[in-house]
Design a protein around this ligand. Structure first.
Ligand code: GDP
Ligand code: MG
Length: 162
């Protein structure tokens, strides 16, 4: 069985775009509407020395009812089956209270976390990273999933955890 990496974060931060970059597919549904991926979505990443399974998730909105609750349940299943977690945040929106709540949940899983600060294209990268440094995650990496920048470094940070 290949190791599993779950991509987790708020809706619209770029999880599906990252999934596509990692798996080099267009399978994951990328949309400008937040929260379009409602179930889990699997693909194999072969960018590094060893392949792993990436799981795209629907996003944790913090609203724990209705469809959002079902999505959150799916995300928790993905976290449960993963060896490592990629916590994706949006450098343009910055650190939101929801991100803190999601991180608390990820930490409760006890799984290793890599923080991917996405949408850094056109931004001051150091400034974008500085805001998220307060999370205290050693592996914090800048990313532009849409421009396929930072994906190799992300894979490089993940492989030792798998
Ligand atoms: P998800 O809801 O977390 O799966 O987010 P999506 O992958 O569907 O992306 C949400 C929106 O953010 C889409 O309009 C993407 O084109 C855009 N997006 C994703 N990654 C990047 C990035 O690296 N830079 C920029 N500028 N936009 C991005
Ligand atoms: Mg998505």
């Amino acid at each position: 069985m290949l190791p599993v990496v779950a991509l987790v974060g708020r809706p619209n931060v770029g999880k599906s775009t990252l999934f596509n970059a990692l798996t080099r597919s267009r399978d994951a549904l990328v949309a400008d509407l937040p929260g379009v991926t409602r179930d889990r979505h699997y693909g194999v990443c072969r960018l590094g020395a060893r392949p792993f399974v990436a799981v795209d998730t629907g996003g944790l909105s913090g609203v724990d009812e209705g469809l959002d609750a079902l999505t959150a349940q799916q995300v928790r299943l993905a976290i449960g089956e993963a060896q490592a977690l990629v916590f994706v945040v949006d450098a343009r929106e910055g650190l939101l209270p929801q991100d803190r709540g999601i991180l608390d949940e990820l930490r409760r899983s006890g799984k290793p976390i890599v923080l991917a600060v996405n949408k850094t294209d056109g931004l001051d990268v150091q400034g974008a990273l500085a805001e998220f440094s307060r999370f205290g995650i050693a592996a914090t990496l800048p990313l532009s999933a849409a421009h396929n920048r930072g994906t190799d470094d992300l894979v490089g940070a993940l492989l030792p955890l798998l």
